[in-house]
Design a protein around this ligand. Structure first.
Ligand code: UDP
Ligand code: MG
Length: 308
C-alpha cells in the first residue's frame, strides 16, 4: 500500500544507550511490514553515555540510518528540529526512543492520514501513567495555556506524530529559537486528526526532562503562544485606576470633613495620578518590546557537530 511513498522517522535521543537497540528492532520490523521506503534519523542530543556509538553500529547494519550528533545537549525540541531540518520525505514520523510511544502505531497513523486526507496525525494519550506530580503540573499548565492562548494546544498530545511534506516544509522554514512544536503545529493550521493510545512507562534509563527543563518548556509555551505576560502592566493600570478611584473618594471625603493635614489630599491625588500614567506608559512600551520579541526569533536552534 505504501511502496511508492517515502518516510523519515525522527528520533531525538538523550542518554538512550539502553533503549536504542530494542527501539530499532521494533521500528525496523514495523517499517518492513508496511513496506515503505524509509530513513531513520537518530539525533544524539549531547548524550553522556554510549548513545552515539550505538547509532553508529546500527548504521553499519542498516544503510537507511542517518546519525546526527549535536555538539551538546540542546533539549528535545531543538533535537527534533535538527531531525526535521534534514528530513525530506513525503511523511515524517516523530517519536521518543524510550519506547513510551509504540512504534507499531505508525501503520494506523499512515492509513488514517491517507484515508482522511490529513496533514497531521497526533497520537493522543488515553491513559496517563505519569507520576502524580508530573500529571497535576502538566494538567494545570495546559489548562492555563489554553485559557490565555488563541492556539488550541491539546492536553494529551506530545511530539508523537505523523506529518506530511507540506507541514514539514513549513516547520523547516520556522526560524524560532525557543521551540514549542505542540503549539506551532496547531498554530500552522492544516487538517489534523488523532488516534488514541495507552502510553507505556519508560522502557529503560531515566527521563531526560529535569524539573528545570520542564519549567523552561512551560515558560516557552506561555511566552510563545500568549501575550498575556506582556499585557500585565495594562491590567495593572486598570487595577491601579480602581484603587485610585477608591483612594480619591477617601481623600476627598477626609478633605471635606475637615480632619486632614493641609496638602495631604493634593499629594495623594498627584501621586496616584502619576502612578497610573507611569503604568500606562510601561504597558505601551511592553507591548512594543513584546512585538519586537516576536519579530527577532532568528537565532539558530542548534549546531551540528557531525552528520554521516
Ligand atoms: N530527549 C532529548 N533531549 C533532551 C531530553 C530528552 O533528545 O534533552 C529525548 C529522549 O531521549 C526521548 C525523548 O526526547 O527520546 C523524550 O524524553 P524523555 O523520555 O526523557 O521525556 P518524558 O517521556 O519523560 O517526558
Ligand atoms: Mg519518555
Amino acid at each position: 500500500m505504501f511502496e511508492k511513498d517515502t518516510l523519515d522517522v525522527v528520533v531525538p535521543c538523550f542518554n538512550e544507550e539502553q533503549n536504542i537497540d530494542s527501539f530499532y528492532e521494533r521500528i525496523a520490523s514495523t517499517l518492513n511490514k508496511i513496506k515503505i521506503n524509509y530513513k531513520i534519523i537518530f539525533i544524539d542530543d549531547g548524550s553522556k553515555d554510549k548513545t552515539w556509538q550505538k547509532i553508529l553500529s546500527l548504521k553499519k547494519i542498516n544503510e537507511n540510518i542517518i546519525g546526527i550528533k549535536l555538539s551538546r545537549n540542546f533539549g528535545h525540541q531543538s533535537a527534533l528540529k535538527a531531525g526535521l531540518d534534514i528530513a525530506e520525505s513525503d511523511y515524517v514520523f516523530s517519536l521518543d526512543a524510550d519506547l513510551q510511544d509504540p512504534p507499531e502505531l505508525l501503520e494506523e497513523m499512515l492509513i488514517k492520514l491517507k484515508k482522511e486526507n490529513l496533514n497531521v496525525v497526533n497520537a493522543k494519550r488515553k491513559k496517563n501513567n505519569e507520576k502524580f506530580f508530573k500529571k497535576i503540573t502538566s494538567y494545570i499548565f495546559y489548562y492555563v495555556l489554553n485559557k490565555i492562548s488563541k492556539t488550541e494546544i491539546s492536553q494529551q498530545v506530545s511530539d508523537f506524530r505523523l506529518i506530511d511534506k507540506k507541514v514539514l516544509n513549513k516547520l523547516k522554514s520556522i526560524d524560532e529559537n525557543d521551540l514549542f512544536f505542540r503549539g506551532l503545529i496547531p498554530w500552522l493550521g492544516f487538517n489534523s486528526g488523532e488516534i488514541f493510545f495507552e502510553r507505556q512507562n519508560r522502557s529503560k534509563g531515566e527521563t531526560g526532562w529535569s524539573l528545570n527543563k520542564m519549567i523552561d518548556f512551560a515558560i516557552t509555551g506561555i511566552f510563545n503562544f500568549s501575550n498575556l505576560p506582556m499585557k500585565i502592566s495594562f491590567i495593572l493600570t486598570i487595577l491601579m485606576s480602581l484603587v485610585f478611584l477608591i483612594f480619591t473618594g477617601y481623600a476627598l471625603n477626609s478633605y471635606f470633613s475637615g480632619n486632614v493635614v493641609r496638602g495631604w489630599t493634593s499629594l495623594v491625588l498627584i501621586i496616584s495620578f502619576f502612578n497610573i500614567i507611569i503604568f500606562f506608559v510601561l504597558g505601551l512600551i511592553s507591548e512594543y518590546v513584546g512585538r519586537i520579541y516576536f519579530e527577532v526569533k532568528k537565532r539558530p536552534n542548534y549546531i551540528i557537530d557531525e552528520k554521516r
